[in-house]
Design a protein around this ligand. Structure first.
Ligand SMILES: *[C@@H]1O[C@H](CO)[C@@H](O)[C@H](O)[C@H]1NC(C)=O
Ligand SMILES: *[C@@H]1O[C@H](CO)[C@@H](O)[C@H](O)[C@H]1NC(C)=O
Ligand SMILES: [Ca+2]
Ligand SMILES: [Ca+2]
Length: 581
């Protein structure tokens, strides 16, 4: 009796007050976590063949826990002949031999569950493999599978030579069409020859690819990162008299007719039908989220204008991607950028995104040079401060937490088709993605502790003897330990729920403020080797003293140092998180 009478009076107002005082929305797991991208081939080799594998990943999952990471996105680990290192999938329902077995995958899932780390897989919907059963059946004239791909007749030129159907180029250079004698036609491959594009105007393809999602959802994966989404649909050729039309010349950046950028991709990229397909996939995600209560998350890869990127979120009526990747830190800025350019780039996504959606921050991946190489080894911590402390979701490519640098890969050792297709032993480096894919640096041991084998699939980057996890764990101050501190700090209400304001104090110093419920933090990053005294009273309500909470590796300050807001000394390349006290 007593309990029943007292409860409504005391507990309800207390709950009401609590809800009011914190004034924050309940956030889903994916809205607060850090996603850590693992490139399976380069993370950890368990059997000494020089190639990373699933058992290797399982053996290192605790490292992710140590970092403070709650989810990992694995680049493709499906059955593949590896012409594009796993992005050419021969069997979407199986694990690649070099990476292990389905049992290894199930063990990985079990270990991840035990550690409460969510597993996100790579979904590569645009194309399959020329060595898949589907493609082989197509070549044999099996109608069902023939219609899975995009076929077109060639053109006979005046000298009787058969030429590709039109001028479309592959993203990796040269014609996007490849002839197959078996059927007397060309097939489309927007990427390498080994990656025949699927025909998304065929409802059976649409259903098949939804089944791929369902298959892995049944195994408990928490979502998918969707690869190369902008290339999904090509124009409907029935609207052009039954033949795919030439694309117009772009008129910019290159005079090489075989270069992808030579053409304006109005018929092969960012077509309206693509967004519709993303919204359809989201329905499959929702089916599973409802089934067991684990919200499944979709991350979409599209390099483009913010206007285009935002379309992946949804159209107002239908939902799409949870996280259209925000690539500004990769495509818009680098070590030469001014503080104003950094601010301008960071503001972009925040300005264009729908008000009820979250931003996301990513500074590196398996397709782009490493942060230490693209910005500066001195800015590794500063960039991690941006990625982890701006409002929204953080994504870290493996190795960025210890400041790995691009490895040197000679022309002879180059395996990436994007590098090889340049046919240029001098200038291949800028096109090759091998440098950012060199083996993960665990320790000072042989092959950086990545493999016990005599040869690794890509050479280990120079300098691993001192730049590795083991060394950075044992010393007090290291990129690794700074990263861990930032990952913890990220959970503070000011970073999780707080507001954001940024400023370029001059051409070199970028700073931002995060604040919530009486707590205020200021993050300052000096992009150059010049010293400054910065007056932070520029920020509203920032008065009194600031305490150093985290500072970059070479910063001359000590955690706990206190400075007056009106004159904070900033050393060259210094990055620091300060708390108002
Ligand atoms: C056809 O051959 C002639 C003579 O060899 C050559 O000049 C011309 O460019 C060729 N045409 C094409 C379309 O390759
Ligand atoms: C598949 O394509 C690759 C080029 O990406 C080529 O080297 C290989 O021979 C092709 N395989 C078959 C069976 O056609
Ligand atoms: Ca291996
Ligand atoms: Ca396509």
């Amino acid at each position: 009796m007593f309990v029943f009478r007292i409860a409504p009076i005391f507990i309800l107002p207390a709950l009401f007050l609590l809800a009011f005082a914190s004034d924050v929305k309940e956030l889903e797991w994916w809205e607060t976590t850090i996603f850590y991208q693992i490139y399976p081939r380069s993370f950890m080799d368990s059997d000494g063949d020089g190639i990373g594998d699933l058992k290797g990943i399982t053996s290192k999952l605790e490292y992710l826990k140590e970092l403070g990471v709650g989810a990992t996105w694995l680049s493709p680990m499906f059955q593949s002949p590896m012409y594009d290192f796993g992005y050419d999938i021969a069997d979407f329902y199986d694990v690649h031999d070099e990476y292990g077995t389905m049992e290894d995958f199930d063990n990985l899932m079990a270990k991840a569950k035990e550690l409460d780390i969510k597993i996100v897989l790579d979904f590569v919907p645009n194309h399959g493999s020329n060595e898949s059963v589907w493609f082989e059946e197509a070549l044999r004239g099996h109608e069902k599978y023939y219609d899975y791909f995009m076929w077109e007749d060639g053109i006979m030129d005046e000298n009787g030579t058969l030429r590709p159907p039109n001028n479309w180029n592959s993203v990796f250079r040269k014609s996007a069409w490849e002839y197959r004698e078996e059927v007397g036609k060309y097939y489309l491959h927007q990427f390498v020859i080994g990656q025949p594009d699927f025909n998304y105007r065929n409802p059976e393809v649409v259903e098949e690819m939804k089944n791929v999602l369902r298959f892995w959802f049944e195994k408990g994966v928490a979502g998918f990162r969707v690869d190369a989404i902008s290339h999904l649909f090509e124009v409907d050729k029935e609207k052009f008299g039954g033949r795919y039309p030439d694309e117009p010349l772009s008129g910019d950046s290159t005079d090489d007719p075989e270069n992808y950028n030579y053409l304006d991709h109005i018929y092969t990229k960012d077509l309206d039908e693509t967004y519709d397909m993303v919204y359809q996939w989201r329905e499959v995600f929702e089916e599973y989220s409802k089934k067991d209560g684990l919200e499944r998350v979709m991350m979409t890869e599209s390099y483009g204008s913010p206007q285009v990127t935002m379309k992946y979120f949804g159209d107002g009526e239908r939902d799409g991607s949870h996280m259209p990747f925000n690539f500004v830190l990769i495509s818009d800025v680098n070590g030469d950028s001014s503080a104003a350019e950094i601010k301008y780039a960071l503001d972009k996504f925040l300005t264009f995104k729908p008000i009820d959606k979250l931003a996301n921050w990513v500074a590196g991946n398996h397709d782009n040079n490493r942060v230490a190489s693209r910005f500066s080894p001195m800015l590794v911590d500063g960039v991690n401060m941006i990625v982890l402390l701006l409002p929204g979701i953080a994504v870290t490519y493996m190795g960025e937490e210890i400041g790995m640098v691009d490895g040197y890969v000679s022309w002879e050792d180059t395996v990436d088709p994007s590098g090889c297709n340049t046919d240029d032993p001098i200038n291949y480096v800028s096109a090759s993605r091998d440098p950012e894919r060199t083996p993960f640096q665990w320790s000072s041991e042989k092959n950086a502790g990545f493999s016990t084998g005599d040869k690794t699939w890509l050479p280990v980057a120079e300098g691993y003897e001192t730049l590795n996890v083991e060394v950075q764990r044992t010393v007090e101050r290291s990129h690794l330990n700074i990263y861990k501190t930032l990952a913890k700090l990220r959970a503070e209400p000011a970073f999780r729920h707080g507001r954001y304001e940024s400023v370029a104090f001059n051409s070199d110093v970028f700073a931002f403020r995060r604040w919530h419920d009486g707590e205020t933090y200021i993050v300052i990053i000096n992009l150059r080797d010049v010293t400054y005294d910065i007056d932070l009273t520029y920020f509203d309500n920032v008065l009194g003293d600031l305490e150093v909470v985290v500072n970059s590796l070479d910063s001359p300050k000590t955690v706990g140092d206190v400075f007056e807001v009106s004159a904070v000394p900033v050393a060259g390349y210094e990055g620091m998180v300060l708390k108002l006290i």
